[in-house]
Design a protein around this ligand. Structure first.
Ligand SMILES: NC(=O)c1ccc[n+]([C@@H]2O[C@H](COP(=O)([O-])OP(=O)(O)OC[C@H]3O[C@@H](n4cnc5c(N)ncnc54)[C@H](OP(=O)(O)O)[C@@H]3O)[C@@H](O)[C@H]2O)c1
Length: 342
């Protein structure tokens, strides 16, 4: 398990011999935004970045805060940007992760933007935050909101954008997927109702709690299946620990029952949690450290430490993986974007 200093120094040693393309879904704030900032810093600004989310203002703020190459800054100051510099991509793409249509449009727009960058993605990071273990909601597409936010849209976009990751791999560059959520959770999965659509009375009462846990388990299963299908690409699923972001506020602090205890809660939080920047350092370590060799998938905890791969290769697990994969393709109307199409 790397200390923060070790993670930082490992990240700082990242020296790609090409200009990477990084895409952050839910990168308008929280942990992913900090990972984008760090990755730009450690590559001295030599990186193409797309931030996707539903809040353009915040997305543009993140993009503007990213390090830029020295030459680019000089040219910008002198208002003499040459054609080479202008090719550095820093773009916001609208994506409401709770909507099937918006997710598809975002995949298409990312795909279009990357036509000028060799139609490749080196780092694809998912982090749009949502968690409510008390009350469940449906999306306008009739899907459970928590499953959509924490699992389905990540599957759909990964599936649709996979040709761009493959292209990076085929050019002998990094090709890495990372989902920031909750790895290593043990919770039973019901293969005949992955979408939690046929629950009894008791099941409906605790639906939010169940989908909160099941979405994390699905993500563990998803990376195993993708890794077995897409050799040469690494798939990581991280639990970031308890991190001071909007997610933490939403989950606990803003709940009205906690109002009288807020000062105490804030003291406790400060003592027991980490900042988004610290968490991002370990998250980036996990992303860069993942190798496409061997099993190709990684479950990690808050300090980048790897968890046991468990029973990933047993016949029962293999069958479960395939069933969830097929269910997700159908439920998400997932269709790969071709790297040669318009
Ligand atoms: N923070 C923690 O303690 C913690 C603990 C365990 C797991 N996690 C998981 O780690 C991941 C990152 O957490 P975080 O704390 O960085 O999350 P966060 O700050 O709550 O959210 C990250 C970003 O997601 C965006 N987002 C929310 N809803 C969206 C939607 N429908 N479409 C597109 N973007 C949306 C948010 O922007 P807007 O709301 O402005 O759109 C925000 O910028 C999440 O998956 C979370 O569940 C976090």
């Amino acid at each position: 398990m790397p200390s923060l200093v070790e993670a930082r120094s490992s990240n700082a040693s990242f020296r790609p011999d090409y200009i990477p393309v990084a895409v952050f879904i839910g990168g308008t704030g929280g942990i992913a935004a900090e990972v984008a900032v760090l990755l730009a810093r450690y590559t001295n600004g030599g990186i193409h970045v797309i931030i996707a989310g539903r809040n353009r203002l915040d997305g543009v703020k993140v993009l503007e805060s990213l390090a830029k190459p020295l030459a680019y800054r000089d040219e910008e100051a002198n208002n003499t940007l040459g054609s080479d510099s202008q090719q550095l991509l820093r773009e916001f793409v609208f994506c409401d992760a709770s909507s099937l249509r918006s997710v598809r449009t975002a995949s298409e727009n990312i795909h279009k933007l990357l036509r000028t960058q060799g139609q490749r993605i080196n780092f694809l990071v998912f982090s749009a935050g949502y968690g409510n273990y008390f009350k469940s909601f449906d999306t306008m597409d009739g899907l459970d909101l928590q499953l959509m936010m924490r699992y389905y849209h990540r599957f759909k976009m990964a599936f649709e954008l996979m040709p761009l990751l493959r292209n990076a791999r085929d050019n002998e560059q990094d090709a890495k997927f990372l989902s920031i959520l909750g790895s290593g959770i043990k919770w039973p999965v019901n293969p005949s109702d992955f979408g939690f659509k046929n629950l009894g009375v008791l099941g409906r009462m605790f639906k939010a709690f169940q989908t909160g846990l099941a979405s994390a388990v699905y993500m563990d299963i998803m990376i195993e299946e993708f890794a077995s299908r897409e050799r040469g690409i690494s798939f990581s699923h991280n639990w970031p620990g308890v991190v001071r972001t909007a997610q933490l506020d939403f989950a606990f602090r803003s709940y009205w029952l906690f109002t009288p205890f807020r000062p105490l809660f804030d003291l406790f939080v400060q003592a027991t949690t980490v900042s988004a920047e610290e968490s991002a350092e370990w998250t980036l370590f996990a992303l860069l450290d993942a190798s496409a060799e061997g099993k190709g998938f990684y479950r990690r905890w808050n300090h980048g430490q790897e968890l046991n791969a468990g029973d990933a290769s047993s016949p029962e697990r293999k069958s479960l993986r395939e069933k969830l994969f097929m269910h997700s393709v159908l439920e998400m109307h997932a269709e790969e974007l071709s790297i040669t199409s318009d």
